[in-house]
Ligand binder design. Structure first.
Ligand SMILES: [Mg+2]
Length: 227
C-alpha cells in the first residue's frame, strides 16, 4: 500500500524554461487579442495560469469571461511547444533521478500540484518525456488560487490510490514562497528548491521543512530516505 505522496510544482522545480511560458502568453496576446506588448511586468512566479490571465485581461481592459479565457488559453497552448524549444527548456538537476526513484518505489506516490492549466502542464512535461510520471494532479483548471490546490491534489490522490495519505507523509516541492504556503495549509512537509527565481536565503526565510540549492543536493535524497 502506498503511504507517502510527493506533490510537484513544474516551472522552476522540475524544469526551467527561462521565459518560454511568458513568450507563449505574449504570442497568444498578439494572435488572439491583437495586442503586441511585453508581459514581463506580470507577477507570474508561483501564480496560477488563470490568475495570470486575469491580470493580463485587466491590464489591457478585456472582459475576463470563461469563453475569452478558453480562446486565449487555446492560443497559448498552440504557441507553447515552439516556445519551449526556442527558450531551451531543460530538466533541472536531480529531477530525473528523483522522479524515477519515486516511480519505482512500492510505497511512494507522486502527482502534480501546479499553477499550470492541465493542458499546459502536459505539453511542458511531454516535451521532456516526464508526463508519464504523473497520472493525476491539481491544476489551475481547479482554482485560480494556488492555496486551493493542495486539498484538490489530496482528494485526487485518495481517489486514484484508494488511501488517505497522512499529511505528515505528504511533501510539497516547489521553487517559490507560494509553494511553501500552499503545502503548509494542508499540513504537508515543504521542500523549497532555489532553481527558479527565488534565492535559497529568500526561500529559507519562509521556513519550509527543508530548502536546497537544487534537488541534486544529497540532503534531498536523505529527506526521501527518511520517509
Ligand atoms: Mg514554480
Amino acid at each position: 500500500m502506498r503511504d507517502a505522496l510527493l506533490l510537484w510544482d513544474i516551472d522552476g522545480t522540475l524544469t526551467r524554461s527561462s521565459g518560454a511560458g511568458l513568450h507563449a502568453l505574449e504570442t497568444a496576446l498578439r494572435l488572439e487579442l491583437g495586442v503586441t506588448a511585453s508581459l514581463a511586468d506580470i507577477d507570474y512566479s508561483g501564480r496560477t495560469d488563470r490568475w495570470i490571465l486575469r491580470q493580463i485581461f485587466a491590464k489591457f481592459g478585456f472582459a475576463a469571461d470563461d469563453a475569452a479565457f478558453t480562446r486565449y488559453l487555446d492560443a497559448y497552448i498552440r504557441a507553447l511547444p515552439a516556445s519551449l524549444v526556442t527558450h531551451q527548456s531543460h530538466v533541472l538537476p536531480g529531477v530525473s533521478e528523483a522522479l524515477e526513484r519515486v516511480h519505482t518505489h512500492d510505497r511512494w506516490a507522486q502527482a502534480l500540484l501546479t499553477g499550470n492549466v492541465e493542458r499546459g502542464a502536459r505539453v511542458k512535461l511531454a516535451h521532456h518525456d516526464l508526463a508519464r510520471y504523473f497520472p493525476f494532479g491539481a491544476f489551475a483548471d481547479d482554482s485560480e488560487l494556488r492555496n486551493d490546490l493542495g486539498p484538490v491534489a489530496l482528494r485526487r490522490a485518495r481517489d486514484f490510490h484508494g488511501v488517505d495519505f497522512p499529511a505528515h507523509r505528504v511533501i510539497v516541492i516547489g521553487d517559490t514562497p507560494h509553494d511553501i504556503a500552499c503545502g503548509r495549509i494542508i499540513g504537508a512537509q515543504t521542500v523549497a528548491v532555489a532553481t527558479g527565481l527565488h534565492s535559497l536565503a529568500e526561500l529559507q526565510s519562509h521556513q519550509p521543512t527543508a530548502a536546497f540549492a537544487s534537488l541534486a543536493d544529497p540532503g534531498f535524497a536523505a529527506l526521501l530516505n527518511a520517509l
